[in-house]
Ligand binder design. Structure first.
Ligand SMILES: *Cc1c(COP(=O)(O)O)cnc(C)c1O
Length: 463
């Protein structure tokens, strides 16, 4: 979210609110604009405030056409109802809301089971506001474990990761004074690999972050290979734990790729996080982080809070936080079970691979990934295209309401720019067909206007 400033410009004199709600509303009978930078002097009726804010929010994009975000944009009415029932519950207040706390405990236990914690009752975890907070907590645990090993306070800890990490890891490093050791992309390798990861590790490496899967192209990083290489390193070198950032994939792989070994089945995996609000299928903001056993989570990070009554151990950056999302996560687990999750995630993967298959057939595009890991794929333009690029394509699709981001890859592939499509629950085959139709139209339009590549010249325009 942007960091916002105070008042910048003088408030506009132009009317923006609907007179039905204000001047022509007998209950109000006056002109009224929603306040932009100062509290208004007095109150307004609740239904007027509701209507004006509701109207203003119509300017937000349509969630159904948003192929940019990973975050859940649809839940069942029953889930919304449960969330509304719990909107006043503060998750930290575990003594007043013991049942909400119990549902959180059950979610952690279910995730420990899903991610194959060897002794589920030994695994510890908690809910968070999202994966970012979860990653901060996991990173802090790694840093503490390192600090307990080294005695010299002048040493500088480092964390090894691919250049494709989500920004939360760069944040973690900057906020908590850890040197980021970034493995650049190279050629057609768009994420971390074992050899490069190990090459950057030393005695001050607090951990290696492996991502399941990459936000840039949806690919899974080879967690098992990285673990095996670190096992080798540990024979006569530093013993470096892995944190798996499973923001998306930790809720995909258990259902669609059960034989892929990436989780607590690997003894080197100390902790795993996921975003409940991504493929955990819950509205924002909920995330989860779990540690395999008490050794992985240093005790001194755990606070015991007793001033709300009771006595509970917590590890969190926030104190107060809504309980509704945790209840909604439990609802989703209960509602879907394994088979339900498999069906939902498979449908997203099917749509992703179907779309990427069609796009691969277009002479203008080359796939970077095909959506068979995360239901997410990226593609770029081929040499046939010379008058436009993925950024122009993204803008052209936007004219039809689609939000599909175009961006440049990180080091050392800044020469590569892609568009990315994220398939989520609710984006079905019909919408996918519509998207492909609009994509073809956008390409035709761009080819025509720029005289590029495969177009048959300006006179070749047809519908
Ligand atoms: C989305 C994402 C995050 C951040 O997650 P939030 O839940 O949005 O805080 C971290 N890592 C990866 C790999 C992600 O995809």
């Amino acid at each position: 979210m942007a960091l916002h400033h105070g008042s910048r410009s003088a408030p506009s004199e132009r009317r923006s609110s609907n007179p039905f709600v204000t001047d022509a509303n007998p209950a109000l009978g006056e002109r009224l604009e929603p306040p932009k930078s100062r509290l208004a002097a007095g109150p307004v009726p609740a239904d007027v405030a509701y209507q004006l804010i509701h109207d203003e929010l119509l300017l937000d994009g349509s969630a159904r056409l948003n192929l940019a975000t990973f975050v859940t944009t649809w839940m069942e009415p029953q889930a919304r109802q449960l969330m509304a029932d719990c909107v006043d519950k503060n998750i930290i207040d575990k003594d007043e809301y013991p049942q909400t706390a119990e549902l959180e405990r059950r979610c952690v236990a279910m995730l420990a089971d899903l991610w194959h914690a060897p002794e589920p009752e030994q695994a510890t975890g908690c809910s968070t506001t999202g994966s970012s907070e979860a990653c901060m907590l996991a990173g802090l645990a790694l840093k503490r474990r390192w600090a307990a090993r080294v005695s010299d306070p002048t040493r500088q800890p480092n964390l090894v990761m691919g250049a494709n990490v989500q920004v939360c890891w760069e944040k973690f490093c900057r906020y908590w004074d850890v040197e980021p050791r970034i493995v650049p992309m190279s050629g057609e390798r768009f994420h971390l690999d074992a050899e490069q990861a190990v090459a950057l590790c030393d005695e001050d490496t607090i951990g290696v972050v492996a991502i399941l899967g990459s936000t840039f192209d949806g690919s899974y990083e080879p967690v098992a290979e990285i673990a095996a290489a670190l096992d080798q390193l540990a024979l006569d070198g530093p013993d470096v734990p892995i944190h798996v950032d499973g923001a998306s994939g930790a809720m995909i792989a258990p259902f669609l790729d059960p034989d892929l070994v990436w989780d607590f089945r690997l003894p080197r995996v100390a902790s795993v996080n996921t975003s409940g609000h991504k493929y955990g299928l819950v509205y924002p903001g909920v995330g989860w982080v779990l540690w395999r056993d008490p050794d992985a989570l240093p005790r001194e990070l755990i606070f015991s809070v007793d001033y709300l009554g009771g006595d509970m151990p917590t590890f969190a950056l926030n104190f107060s936080r809504p309980g509704a999302e945790v209840v909604a996560q439990y609802y989703t687990f209960f509602r879907l079970g394994r088979a339900g999750f498999r069906a939902v995630q498979q449908a997203s993967r099917d749509v992703a691979t179907f779309m990427s298959g069609r796009i691969a057939e277009m002479p203008e595009f080359r796939l970077i990934s095909c959506g068979d890991q995360l239901p997410v794929f990226a593609f770029t333009t081929t040499d046939q295209v010379d008058g436009w690029d993925v950024f122009a394509l993204s803008r052209t699709l936007r004219e039809r309401g689609w939000q599909v981001p175009a961006y440049t890859f990180p080091a050392d592939r800044q020469d590569l720019a892609v568009v990315r499509v994220v398939c989520r629950n609710g984006f079905g085959h019909d919408l996918a067909e519509t998207f492909l139709e609009h994509l073809r139209a956008a390409v035709e339009q761009l080819n025509t206007y720029t005289g590029s590549g495969t177009a048959s010249g300006p006179s070749g325009f047809h519908h």
